[in-house]
Write a protein of this length. Sequence first.
Length: 231
Amino acid sequence: MATGAYLAWAALTPDVASLAWRNPETTAFIELRKAQWGKDGKKRPDQTWAPLDKISPYLIQAVIIAEDDSFWSHKGFDLEAARKAVETNFGKGRVKFGGSTITQQLAKNLFLTPEKTLRRKAVEAALTWRLERNLSKRRILEIYLNVVEWGDGVFGAEAAARRWFGVSAMDLTPMRAARLAAVLPGPRRLNPTKDGGYVEKRASLLVEEMQKRGLVSGSAPLQGIPSAGGL
């Protein structure tokens, strides 16, 4: 009974609705990192907010393909993607990355911790449902791209683009965008600037997939990204 009450409290307490217009001042993951650095540490979170229209469409597309290819159509959960997450196949050049949806990852980053327990997953599911119910898809994506971790202490696309490539998030090339998307499964251990190995291979596959979909030439990068008046 106590566990049920805790789950209900944890899932319903966070103010989700105001995120439709309010940018989060911090996140559970940022606070976790600050605690790990220590009260007297000199390290500070590196984060600069960037509206969705100031983030390269290449990065938007690369992240969606890599992390949640059904993002625009699902309601927060993608059971098929979760099943296929264990069947990643690089040999045939097929991009099958990620098990949790972007909305699930946002719920975890904003309100929870990296721990992997059934209790935390239950709260995550409830928060995911609330995020999808209260926010547009574009807003969910915008917040996610601004709070997700891209290196130790690096949060969001703008800080990541400047830290790793010395450019704004809007000026990322397809390959640089793909490299940033490629490290999301392990942003504190993978380096988007290193050649060879996992990151380069995964980034190359992402660029190939974007090319197949016609997302890397002319005005095509905006294809598949609903306007502000859409989702």
